[in-house]
Design a protein around this ligand. Structure first.
Ligand SMILES: [Zn+2]
Length: 275
C-alpha cells in the first residue's frame, strides 16, 4: 500500500494491523491441529482513537454442544468497578497505587478476566450462563446477593465460579491460587480441572502456582462466605496479586486476560463434560 511521503502514522498503523492479522493467522493455524478443540477462538485486536490496540477473545463459530447434567453456570466477578463518576465503588484495600502512580483496581481486573470467561461460555446455548453482577456493572453487590443468584438453581445442575485477584500485606507475594471449602467435595474436582487448564499459562510467564498438596489436591481450603453459603460446587480463583508489579503487568494485559479467560473456560468445560 502507498502512503504519502511523511505520513508515518498511517504507515505505522497499517503495519500494526498487518502484525495483528498475522497473529490471527498463526493462532488459527495452531488451533487446527488440536484434536480436542471444541471451538475456534481467537484474540481480536481493535485500534482505539488513542492509537492503542485493545484485544477481545472472539468466538468465530458456535462451540460444540456439551452433554451434561450441569445446566447453570454462575460467574461471580469480585468487588466493584469504576462508576460513571470515576469513583471506585469498593473498599480501598481492594486497590493499590504502584510506585509509578498507576492505580490497580481489583474489581476492574476481575471483570475484565471474567468477561472473557463469560464470552467463551456464551458460545454454548445449552448452558444458562448467569453473572451475579455484569461485566460493565460497577456496583459492589453484597456477598449474600451473589450467593442468592447461585442458590436459586438446583445445586445438582449448577456450578459457581468466583473470579478475584489478590493482595498481600507487604505487597511482595505473587502467583495464582484457588480455593474451595474444607473437605473433599465436587468443588475440589472443579478446582482441579481449572488448575490443570490454566497452569501452563502461569508457567509460561514465570508466575508461581500457589498450590496446597497437603490434602492431595491443588486447591487451598478456606471458609469464604461465597464458598460456604453456595449449595452447588463452588470455586474462588485468585488470578494473581494486583499489588505486585510483575503480576499486575500481566493481569492488566489484554492478551494475558484473553488467554487466562479462555483456559478458565476450558477447565470449567472439562469438569462439566464429566458430569
Ligand atoms: Zn477479591
Amino acid at each position: 500500500m502507498d502512503f504519502p511521503i511523511g505520513c508515518r502514522w498511517a504507515r505505522l498503523l497499517y503495519r500494526m494491523e498487518s502484525i495483528s492479522n498475522l497473529w490471527h493467522i498463526i493462532i488459527e493455524w495452531i488451533l487446527q491441529f488440536n484434536p480436542n478443540r471444541q471451538s475456534r477462538k481467537r484474540v481480536d485486536g481493535t485500534l482505539t482513537s488513542e492509537g492503542e490496540t485493545t484485544y477481545r477473545l472472539i468466538h468465530t463459530e458456535q462451540s460444540q454442544k456439551v452433554e451434561s447434567m450441569i445446566k447453570n453456570i454462575v460467574l461471580d466477578f469480585g468487588h466493584g468497578g469504576i462508576d460513571e463518576n470515576g469513583r471506585y465503588t469498593t473498599a480501598p484495600n481492594k486497590m493499590f497505587v504502584h510506585a509509578n502512580g498507576e492505580p490497580a483496581y481489583e474489581g476492574v481486573l476481575n471483570r475484565q478476566i471474567g468477561g472473557h470467561v463469560y464470552t467463551c461460555l456464551r458460545s454454548h446455548p445449552e448452558f444458562n450462563v448467569v453473572c451475579t453482577v455484569k461485566e460493565d456493572d460497577p456496583r459492589d453487590i453484597a456477598l449474600s446477593q451473589r450467593v442468592k443468584v447461585a442458590n436459586k438453581f438446583d445445586p445438582k445442575e449448577t456450578i459457581f465460579v468466583s473470579i478475584h485477584c489478590n493482595a498481600s500485606q507487604y505487597h511482595n507475594a505473587s502467583g495464582f491460587e484457588l480455593f474451595t471449602t474444607k473437605g473433599l467435595t465436587k468443588s475440589d474436582a472443579l478446582a482441579e480441572e481449572i488448575a490443570n487448564a490454566v497452569e501452563h499459562i502461569y508457567e509460561d510467564v514465570g508466575l508461581r502456582l500457589r498450590y496446597d498438596f497437603s490434602d492431595g489436591d491443588k486447591d487451598k481450603e478456606a471458609d469464604f462466605y461465597v464458598l460456604r453459603k453456595t449449595k452447588c460446587p463452588a470455586v474462588l480463583l485468585e488470578c494473581g496479586f494486583f499489588d505486585n508489579r510483575k503480576d499486575f503487568d500481566l493481569l492488566k494485559d489484554p492478551i494475558f486476560q484473553g488467554n487466562l479467560g479462555s483456559f478458565i473456560y476450558t477447565g470449567i468445560l472439562n469438569y462439566i463434560s464429566k458430569q
